[in-house]
Design a protein around this ligand. Structure first.
Ligand SMILES: Cc1cc2nc3c(=O)[nH]c(=O)nc-3n(C[C@H](O)[C@H](O)[C@H](O)COP(=O)(O)OP(=O)(O)OC[C@H]3O[C@@H](n4cnc5c(N)ncnc54)[C@H](O)[C@@H]3O)c2cc1C
Length: 452
């Protein structure tokens, strides 16, 4: 998102990291410096690769049995190899670093577009046949145009209220608000009544018009993870290693995972906040940082990818915002050859909890029945389902961080602060918060501040 905050993040981690690494001494010249990285998501992997390329010895400790964290491509069984994403999905036009990495790693990005249909109260409207009121559209455009000129005080005022209230204040009617809530809540994972107006505005003002759904990685996002692993060296990444303690004494960091301890000159911790809260720090983190960690929650999102016998939605760029439990449908197998196809239902907030509480058969029933006003054949064409409820994930307890009113400027800068020789990174601390780009930015920034 915004450059000023990225600079601030670099300043925050840079200042503390100056004391966090070994001063250039005879000792540090004699041996390679070492870093333990907690977490093998994109933040951890990008930090590890950056450090390794500068001669550091790195050890990545990952609690799960798989590498990649919230990047999680899935090959659908009985589908002739169709792929869907159960975690991160799209790459945006403004996501410069990830675009650069895909080029370097030889992962073709394919152009990607959606045209949103709307299904509301059983009535289906095609793309272009539904919209906000002209008054709301004009107010929105004016607000976006004014974004660059906002003062620090104005940004803080915006952060103090929620996105719904702010849109009402600039002239959205009730119907505009309800429509915008259906659409925008897919971005934040909860109703816009719970989202900081500043964090929402910054995201929309800095995004490309298609809201950062401009590209997809051919063959799935896990290809990016695989290439990181190849370059870092699989022998430097340990899975099934849940970090429980991070101790610092006499200039050395000792990270405990299971029965093993890993000593290093520094540590980059990319654990999402729910996991971070469970790690014991010695010396303890300052009270203000612990309090901030207790306040940050993550969005409830369940992804339900349903395999259908044919692509009855017809348009390759099909997506549909709905007022049903299934919430938002999109075509996951765009540009993948085949007659079968996958339509993913992306449900948020309470709707995500309702679907998460059901078994696969019941969930598939709800998701396909929610489509009958669009196509009555949908339920009988369904052949299988793959679901992932991120709010039930042990390590994230949600899909991505949700900055509530007052939290963007209230707790984010506190969470970014290093603790001695432990630096923090991850999607939740990024300007491109909620995106792969943000995770990579923070991982590389943390590594750079150690290298300096
Ligand atoms: C449903 C969904 C949709 C998304 N859509 C998009 C999208 O379209 N585009 C986009 O760019 N981004 C999207 N994202 C966001 C993107 O996935 C994340 O921003 C990014 O992958 C986060 O990377 P990370 O390294 O910060 O965290 P993670 O990927 O969560 O990595 C952290 C790692 O730390 C590990 N860990 C946690 N605790 C411990 C511990 N105690 N010890 C050891 N390891 C530990 C975890 O297992 C995990 O592997 C989406 C995410 C979700 C869930």
């Amino acid at each position: 998102m915004n450059n000023t905050t990225r600079r601030e993040f670099l300043q925050i981690i840079g200042t503390a990291a100056a004391g966090a690494v070994l001063a250039p001494s005879v000792f540090s010249q004699r041996r390679a410096r070492t870093c333990v990285i907690v977490g093998s998501g994109l933040a951890g992997l990008s930090a590890a690769l950056r450090l390794k390329s500068k001669g550091w010895n790195v050890t990545v400790l990952e609690a799960r049995s798989r590498i990649g964290g919230r990047v999680f491509s899935h090959v659908m069984p009985n589908s002739d190899g169709l792929i869907c994403e159960l975690g991160a999905e799209w790459v945006g036009e403004s996501h410069e670093r990830i675009i650069e990495l895909c080029k370097e790693f030889n992962i073709p990005l394919q152009k990607h577009q959606f045209e949103d249909h709307l299904l509301r109260n059983g009535k289906h409207s095609r793309p272009g046949a539904w919209d906000l009121s002209p008054q709301a559209k004009a107010a929105f455009e004016k607000m976006i145009a004014g974004y660059e000129k906002l003062t620090a005080a104005q940004k803080r005022r915006l952060d103090s209220k929620d996105w719904w209230t702010h849109l009402a204040d600039i002239g959205f009617t009730r119907d505009d608000l309800l429509l915008r809530d259906l659409a925008d809540s897919t971005d934040f994972g909860e109703s816009i009544r719970h989202v900081s107006a500043y964090s929402a505005l910054a995201e929309y003002a800095e995004s490309s018009p298609k809201n950062e759904m401009d590209y997809k990685m051919t063959g799935g996002n896990s290809r990016l993870v695989d290439e990181f692993v190849r370059r870092i060296g699989a022998e430097n990444i340990r899975t099934g290693m849940k970090v429980s303690e991070i101790n610092q004494r006499a200039g050395i960091v000792t990270v405990k995972a299971g029965d093993e301890s890993f000593r290093a000159d520094a540590c980059i911790c990319t654990a999402p906040i729910a996991s971070l809260r469970k790690i014991k720090f010695n010396p303890p983190m300052p009270a203000v940082q612990r309090d901030a960690a207790e306040k940050l929650t993550y969005a409830r999102i369940i992804k339900n990818s349903v395999l259908y016998e044919n692509r009855f939605w017809k348009d390759d760029d099909f997506s549909m915002v709905t007022d049903t439990t299934s919430h938002y449908y999109f075509h996951s197998t765009q540009k993948q050859a085949g007659t079968m196809g996958i339509l993913t239902a992306y449900a948020i907030g309470e709707k995500a909890d309702v679907l998460a509480s059901q078994d696969d058969a019941r969930r598939m029933n709800v998701i396909t029945r929610d489509l009958v006003d669009f196509d009555p054949n949908a339920p009988r064409l369904a052949k299988g389902i793959a679901s992932y409820a991120w709010q039930r994930d042990e390590y994230t307890e949600g899909a991505y961080a949700l900055y509530r009113p007052g939290q963007w400027f209230g707790i984010r800068p506190i969470l970014q602060r290093p603790h001695g020789k432990v630096l923090f990174a991850g999607e939740h601390l990024a300007d491109w918060q909620g995106f792969m780009e943000g995770a990579i930015n923070t991982g590389e920034d943390a590594a750079d501040s150690l290298i300096k």
